[in-house]
Design a protein around this ligand. Structure first.
Ligand SMILES: Cc1cc2nc3c(=O)[nH]c(=O)nc-3n(C[C@H](O)[C@H](O)[C@H](O)COP(=O)(O)OP(=O)(O)OC[C@H]3O[C@@H](n4cnc5c(N)ncnc54)[C@H](O)[C@@H]3O)c2cc1C
Length: 422
């Protein structure tokens, strides 16, 4: 029997295998993620949210479940999940702990971008051979030792939005690079084993260029790496996204997670790579809806078995939430299904629209859930208020913030490349 219907006393999949035409292996993997989220992540989420502590034990358990290697290509011993399967699995984790799903995304991207994405991009045979050798070493650390990678690229300026070169610099030196700079909002700071830092390779006297972006795995314990500042935000508290400072940090050549020039190529040719922050929030949208159904049916654990479903206003609110959720799912599923190298303009605009829709609707559905369920539902003893706070963060995530998505859709819908009004 298929993974999504062979279950009792558990949540239904967000994307049912038969309805969304998923293959059996993909559906099984996604079902494993859902079961893991429900069994392992959900019970730990409240305490880490309250204390703003990183749930490192979740990542240790993910290692046991082989979830750390979900996107490591099969030829390197990983599970080899494709872009869509990863996104659907991540949405299922986001349902139970948004902060863990978001942090897991930072880790997984280090393998997805260096794996399936890099394989889709043009490279010389020499670069490809060297890349295979280097990534094998990164993947072995993850698969054998449970190493956790993070992905700090934000710097507080326009670089993370893709507008200018990263201010964090890597100067070529004998046998590697000397890294200097600062990253803000670095999820997994102090918890990751390696920071996958986006930085600009800077040759003596040369101007900084986005084309020279390097993606380097900096060991967390390398001399010159420090974690600074506090972390007491509104939502996604368990991501512990503090500031990272790199002061004359030496990394060897094999720290490169992508060959020279390939990150820039990926950002321009494989733009859906930036859609990977959205699955977490797709999961949160579903979680807010699930909560509402359970609560109004009087079936929410930890609350009295009082039914509220008979009131027409509640039924209308649930209908509106349901419609908004289905709209979000449909658009997002299409966007994550069609992700590929060299997408058409229409596909890129749809990806922006999907990102915008997930990020805004997750919070809108959570807000409506609070209004509909009522005052007792937003107590901190229940998950809804955390879902509401976590979902607010989605629209802020660079490089595809809700504002940037709007900017680009409006401009690109009205102008073809090179067109001006002069
Ligand atoms: C919970 C959480 C976890 C995060 N984890 C990570 C992480 O692991 N790694 C990581 O790198 N980042 C992470 N981020 C950071 C996030 O992606 C943003 O970088 C951060 O929220 C930016 O804050 P800001 O106030 O500088 O943003 P903003 O001021 O909105 O944007 C930053 C800059 O980008 C430029 N910019 C903004 N909008 C546009 C536009 N429309 N067109 C052109 N340029 C524009 C501007 O120069 C602006 O000053 C996380 C954020 C949150 C909330």
């Amino acid at each position: 029997m298929r993974a999504d219907i062979d279950r009792h006393d558990a949540d239904a999949p967000i994307f049912a295998a038969r309805a969304f035409r998923l293959s059996e292996p993909d559906a099984d993997l996604i079902a494993r993620a859902r079961a893991f989220g429900r069994r392992v992540l959900a019970p730990r989420a409240a305490a880490h949210d309250r204390d703003a502590t990183f749930p490192i034990e979740n990542f240790r358990d993910m290692h046991g479940e082989r979830l750390l290697g979900i996107c490591i290509p099969r030829e390197h011993g990983g599970t080899g999940a494709d872009f869509r399967t990863y996104c659907l699995a991540a949405a299922e984790l986001g349902r139970y702990c948004g902060a863990t799903a978001l942090s897991w995304n930072m880790h997984v991207c280090s393998t997805l971008w260096s794996g399936a994405l890099a394989d889709d991009l043009e490279m010389s045979a020499e670069d490809r051979g060297a890349h295979r050798t280097r990534r094998e070493a990164h993947y072995r650390r993850i698969l054998d030792d449970g190493a956790v990678y993070s992905q700090p690229f934000s710097e507080g300026g326009a670089a993370a939005a893709g507008v200018v070169a990263f201010g964090t610099e890597a100067r070529p030196v004998d046998g590697g690079f000397m890294v200097n700079g600062k990253k803000i909002f670095a999820s997994l700071s102090g918890a990751a084993d390696y920071y996958g830092v986006l930085c600009t390779e800077r040759l003596e006297g040369a101007a900084a260029s986005r084309r020279n972006t390097l993606y380097l795995a900096v060991p967390a314990d390398a001399p010159g790496v420090s974690v600074t500042g506090d972390w007491d935000p509104l939502g996604m508290r368990a991501t512990v996204s503090r500031t990272l400072v790199f002061r004359d940090v030496f990394v060897p050549d094999d720290a490169m997670l992508m060959p020279r020039g390939v990150y820039f190529l990926a950002a321009t040719r494989w733009p859906h790579m930036f859609l990977t922050l959205s699955p977490t929030y797709m999961g949160l949208a579903q979680a807010a809806y699930d909560f509402t159904i359970r609560y109004l049916r009087g079936e929410m654990p930890g609350t009295p078995p009082v039914k509220r479903r008979m009131f027409p206003t509640k039924q209308i609110a649930v209908a509106e939430m349901h419609i908004q959720l289905e709209q979000t799912k449909a658009l997002w599923f299409q966007a994550v299904s069609e992700a590929c190298a060299n997408p058409s303009k229409e596909q890129v605009l749809r990806a922006y629209a999907a990102q915008f829709t997930v990020m805004e609707n997750a919070n809108a559905i959570a807000a409506k859930a609070i209004r509909t369920c009522g005052g007792q539902a937003m107590l901190k003893s229940l998950a809804l208020e955390r879902i509401f706070r976590d979902s607010r963060c989605g629209a802020l995530m660079l490089p595809w913030t809700a504002e940037i998505c709007l900017d680009r859709i409006g401009r690109d819908a009205l102008y073809e490349p090179g067109e001006t009004d002069e």
